[in-house]
Write a protein that binds this ligand. Structure first.
Ligand code: ASP
Length: 330
C-alpha cells in the first residue's frame, strides 16, 4: 500500500486523552470523550477503507443491510491489484502462492469463512457462500477452492507482475520477519451498523507477505479477526494475526463492550492484554503491531493500536474520513 505514512487526515479526530501505560482504573468519562453515535455508519481499517467505505455507503444510504454493505465494501480492495495486502495482487507466501483468508458475520450470528484459498479474487463472497449455502462455517485450502468453483466463482491467477517481482527480490535473502506498518501486510476489516440497527462485519487479507505456505492469521477466524454481537457491537482487527488469535481479540473487544466499556476503551483494554502477554513472554513489543476498531449498537466507535501508523476510515451521514488511531508506544 502506498503512502501509508503520509496520513491523509480528512477530519478532525475527537481528542482522546488516553491514560497510557496505566490502562487505569479511572472512570471512563475522565479518560475518553464519547464519540457521538449515529446510524447508519461504517468503519474500516487503513487508508483503503475510504474507497471501501464509499462502496458500503452506497448500500447503507439506500437502507440496505449491513451484511450487503460490508461485502460490497471489502470487495473494492480485494479486486484492486494495487492493494498488495488483500485479494488480487496480494503478496504471495514464500512459495510464491497467493493464499487468501476471509470471514463474514451477520446480525444473527451467521458466520462463514475461508482460509488459504487460492485463485479466487473475492474470497469474501466465497466466505458468504460458505455461510449461506453450507452447513459449515469454515472451508480451507483446496476444499475451499473446489467449493468456490462449484458455486461458479472463476479461477484466476492472482499473482501480479509486481507482487512476483517483489517475491523474487525477497527470495534473495528469504528473511521472514513481519515488520509492523511497513508495506508488507495489512487487512481490510469492516464493521457496519445499518439504518435498521443491525450490525455485520467482514474481514479479508492475503495475510503476512512471504508467510509459510499454509499459515493462517487472525483474519478468517471468527472471534479473532472479526466478531459481531447484534445486541452489543462489532470489532475487527489488523496487524500480527498470531497476537490477535492469542487473546481471541475481537471477541474480547465485544465482551468488554458488553461489560459497559466504550468502543474506545474496549480496544485499549484488548491492546493492553496483548502488551501484557508480550512482556510476560519476554518478546519485544516494538516488533509487534495490532490495531482494533470497534463499533457499538448505538453507533459509537473507537480504535486503538500498539504503534503509531495505523489509521481507519469512518463513513456516516457527516461524510467519509480517515482517522489516525491512538496508540500505546509513543
Ligand atoms: N492480520 C493479518 C494477518 O495476520 C495481517 C494484517 O492485518 O496485517 O494475516
Amino acid at each position: 500500500m502506498n503512502n501509508r505514512r503520509n496520513f491523509i487526515k480528512t477530519a478532525a479526530v475527537a481528542s482522546v486523552a488516553v491514560a497510557l501505560n496505566s490502562f487505569s482504573s479511572k472512570p471512563e468519562e475522565e479518560i475518553i470523550a464519547p464519540r457521538k453515535g449515529r446510524k447508519p455508519i461504517v468503519l474500516s481499517t487503513w487508508r483503503f477503507g475510504i474507497e471501501a467505505n464509499a462502496a458500503a455507503w452506497e448500500v447503507l444510504k439506500k437502507n440496505g443491510s449491513a451484511l450487503d454493505a460490508v461485502e460490497a465494501g471489502v470487495k473494492i480492495p480485494e479486486g484492486d491489484p494495487k492493494e498488495r495486502s488483500v485479494g488480487y495482487g496480494g503478496r504471495p507466501d514464500r512459495d510464491g502462492r497467493v493464499t487468501l483468508d476471509s470471514c463474514i458475520m451477520d446480525e444473527q450470528a451467521n458466520i462463514g469463512s475461508v482460509a488459504c484459498l487460492e485463485y479466487i479474487k473475492h474470497p469474501i463472497s466465497v466466505a458468504r457462500a460458505v455461510m449461506e449455502k453450507t452447513p459449515h462455517v469454515m472451508l480451507v485450502g483446496d476444499g475451499a477452492l473446489q467449493f468456490a468453483l462449484s458455486q461458479g466463482f472463476k479461477k484466476e491467477n492472482l499473482l501480479t507482475e509486481e507482487s512476483e517481482k517483489e517475491w523474487k527480490e525477497w527470495l534473495k535473502d528469504s528473511k521472514y520477519k513481519p515488520i509492523a506498518n511497513i508495506e508488507n501486510h495489512d487487512t481490510i476489516g469492516m464493521i457496519a451498523l445499518d439504518a435498521s440497527g443491525n450490525l455485520s462485519g467482514a474481514c479479508t487479507t492475503s495475510g503476512m507477505a512471504f508467510k509459510m505456505h499454509g499459515r493462517v492469521g487472525d483474519s478468517p477466524i471468527i472471534g479473532a479477526g472479526l466478531y459481531v454481537d447484534n445486541e452489543i457491537g462489532a470489532a475487527t482487527a489488523t496487524g500480527h494475526g498470531e497476537e490477535v488469535i492469542r487473546i481471541s481479540g475481537c471477541h474480547l473487544v465485544v465482551e468488554l463492550m458488553r461489560q459497559g466499556k466504550s468502543p474506545q476503551k474496549a480496544c485499549e483494554e484488548a491492546v493492553a492484554r496483548i502488551i501484557k502477554l508480550t512482556k510476560n513472554r519476554n518478546k519485544e513489543l516494538k516488533d509487534i503491531q495490532v490495531g482494533f476498531i470497534a463499533l457499538n449498537k448505538q453507533g459509537e466507535y473507537g480504535s486503538y493500536c500498539i504503534q503509531g501508523g495505523f489509521n481507519y476510515a469512518v463513513n456516516d451521514e457527516t461524510g467519509n474520513r480517515l482517522i489516525d488511531a491512538e496508540y500505546f508506544l509513543k
